[in-house]
Design a binder for this molecule. Sequence first.
Ligand SMILES: *[C@@H]1O[C@H](CO)[C@@H](O)[C@H](O)[C@H]1NC(C)=O
Length: 187
Amino acid sequence: MVCWILLLISLTPFTWGTFVVNVTQSSYQAEENHDITLDWTFTTTAHMSLSAVYIFCQLLTEDKDPVLFHLHEGVEVPESQDKQFSGRVQFDKDVLREGRLRLHVSRLRTEDSGLYRCEVKTDDDAGSDKCRLKVTAAADEPEPLRLTESPEPEIWGLHIGQGLRAAAGFLPPCFILCFAYLFFKNM
Ligand SMILES: *[C@@H]1O[C@H](CO)[C@@H](O)[C@H](O)[C@H]1NC(C)=O
């Protein structure tokens, strides 16, 4: 119930305007040194020209918010980009016209992990959305990490299942013993 209310409240500003910025995936996981493509979509109109598109993407951190990508009037501004990402981000200009922002980030580092926000602005409208990226160290096995995210229900299910099966195995001999006891007692 509370979740629904929160969801409705968070969606309300978007349903008012016609301009929407969405992430196609709200979280990504990748291994260090691998590449990833972060994907946003935004509302386009037939008359929208690329020279009216402004995009600003940052990694949100506690102290500074390093800039991942900056597009000004449809032109990339590499000078704005933080050193952390320099030379590692490519954007797909062809799909931009269709309202897709695809940022290809290569040679991932563990410090690239975090929350990324992209703001898209056109002449009349603006919007933003966030996605989370988790970069695991190359030595780490991502499999156990994923397992630890939801261990309780499975383990409990397993234990209860085993307990029930054991109990079921015990019951018939108990009944037989009880009946035998009553039978012989009454003789
Ligand atoms: C954004 O997401 C909403 C809900 O999933 C969807 O209805 C809408 O078409 C999306 N808009 C864009 C521009 O991707």
